[in-house]
Design a protein. Structure first.
Length: 129
């Protein structure tokens, strides 16, 4: 399918056929927190109109490491965190002492503002890019 030009990717939930939504705004946000705050971070984003497309860390040896996660609801967030906990693996952010970047998709700037405010309230927001 990729050879024919379709944007298909694999992720933790299976294979996804990308259909870009021209109405969405995407921005990057940097946050820093421990493994125990992943659920709170995800809820802060999805409850305020965002979808978490990916996670990226800047490793001192390996450079940029990223993974698509596509968390768009509390259900997605719970399933993602459950998978981390059941597998016994750590999130990518463990490599950078909790510092990581997400690409977040929102429908409007107001949603992005609410997300930043909630992440700031949680004490984990670093910056928007």
């Amino acid at each position: 399918l990729r050879a024919t030009g379709l944007a298909i990717r694999s992720e933790h939930k299976g294979y996804i056929l990308d259909k870009p939504d021209p109405l969405l705004i995407t921005k990057k946000i940097a946050v820093k927190h421990g493994k125990d705050s992943v659920t709170d971070e995800f809820y802060a984003i999805v409850d305020n109109g965002g979808k978490i497309l990916d996670v990226m860390v800047e490793h001192s040896v390996y450079g940029k490491i990223s993974a698509e996660i596509n968390v768009a609801s509390r259900y997605d967030a719970e399933k993602f965190v459950e998978k981390i906990n059941l597998s016994g693996v750590n999130p990518l952010s463990i490599l950078t002492h909790g510092l990581h970047i997400h690409t977040v998709a929102v429908e409007d700037e107001e949603s992005f503002g609410r997300i930043k405010d909630k992440l700031t309230e949680l004490g984990i927001f670093i910056e928007a890019m």
